[in-house]
Design a protein around this ligand. Structure first.
Ligand SMILES: Nc1ncnc2c1ncn2[C@@H]1O[C@H](COP(=O)(O)OP(=O)(O)OP(=O)(O)O)[C@@H](O)[C@H]1O
Length: 322
């Protein structure tokens, strides 16, 4: 039996292994807090997982730190996604603490439009996240293939993302990295907001200073290095809506300093093919002053949403109260 087989962790004290110990202590703390209620899963799923509990299906994709597979829990047949991440990679990129925070936040999120994290486990090599399976994959790919969405589709997606963000904000969670790449789709065009890697739990009215997210989606307060709060997500929703309807974000430029300048000036140019109602909502979301941005809880009352929701799929029923 090797040392590694004897213990799930690294036993010796070489420099590399010391840092592996540190890494494992982070993951151990995490596994001790395995308190995620899993009410939507069969009771048997509350247990200490191991990789052999799952039957591996097709690979769904590859991210920075590992691969994602469609899997079936053998005992119950429950289909989910398993994200397999190499501990060494997480450690090399010094993201283990951020990763733990991401898990702790996502584990507490329960909304039909937020990707569920059902549980996690780890072995000597990998950390595994048991995630809700989003059958239709990335929204980004769909947008690229369609170039842009029509008003009915864009309004349906926008409303669902707004519902997810509104829910998160009520729980004092700021997502901070909204973009098409971080949105997955389930059947019937149901949105699943994912990737809580930049999210932060900010109770009270605390303001943050970390600059994070993706350049094209940064709000003026971040490019100007001011403090920010949950209104950064409202700005990002405006960028997302513009991208849905136009096919590219509004301040996109060859060089990033020009993008920064355009964001700070809110140099917004909306093409004439965008309907006036949609343009109105974009402008109301993309306000320079965070406190003047449209309230997410009011989005269902905006004329563009009201007009288009008549054409949303009937499966929309039931979403309204979430
Ligand atoms: N729950 C899921 N259901 C269906 N497909 C998924 C799911 N999670 C991930 N995928 C697919 O796997 C791909 C890789 O996901 P992953 O989260 O590892 O990478 P990522 O989105 O690029 O994030 P990161 O930048 O953090 O690595 C996604 O782009 C998506 O296509």
């Amino acid at each position: 039996m090797t040392d590694t087989a004897k213990s799930p962790f690294w036993p010796t004290k070489s420099p590399v292994r010391r840092s592996m110990d540190a890494r494992n202590s982070v993951f151990n703390r995490l596994s001790l807090r395995k308190s995620t209620p899993m009410e939507s899963l069969p009771k048997q799923l509350h247990k200490n997982w191991k990789i052999t509990d799952f039957e591996l299906g097709r690979k769904l994709g590859k991210g920075k730190f590992g691969k994602v597979y469609c899997v079936r829990e053998i005992e119950t047949g429950f289909v989910c996604a398993l994200k397999v991440m190499d501990k060494r990679e997480l450690l090399n990129y010094k993201v283990e603490k951020q990763f733990v925070r991401e898990i702790e936040i996502q584990a507490n999120v329960r909304h039909v439009n937020c990707l569920r994290l059902y549980g996690w486990f780890h072995d000597h090599r990998n950390v595994y996240l048991i995630l809700e399976y989003a059958a239709e994959g990335e929204l980004y790919k769909l947008l690229k293939s369609k170039r842009r969405f029509d008003d009915i589709t864009a309004s349906y997606y926008t409303f669902q993302v707004a519902s997810a963000l509104s829910y998160l904000h009520k729980k004092h969670i700021v997502h901070r990295d909204l973009k098409p790449e971080n949105i997955l789709l389930h059947f019937n065009n149901q949105i699943k907001l994912s990737d809580f890697g930049w999210s932060v739990y900010a109770p009270g009215h605390s303001k943050r200073t970390t600059m994070c997210g993706t350049l094209d989606y940064l709000p003026p307060e971040m490019v100007e290095a001011k403090t920010h709060d949950e209104k950064v997500d409202v700005w990002a929703l405006g960028i997302l809506l513009y991208e849905f309807l136009v096919g590219r974000p509004p301040f996109e430029e060859q060089n990033s300093s020009t993008t920064y300048k355009r964001i700070a000036k809110v140099d917004l140019r909306i093409p004439s093919f965008v309907s006036p109602d949609a343009a109105d909502l974009i402008r109301k979301l993309l306000k320079y002053e965070p406190e003047k941005r449209f309230r997410l809880s009011e989005i269902g009352k905006h004329p563009w949403i009201l007009k288009n929701r008549l054409h949303w799929p009937s499966t929309f029923m039931g979403l309204e109260n979430t």
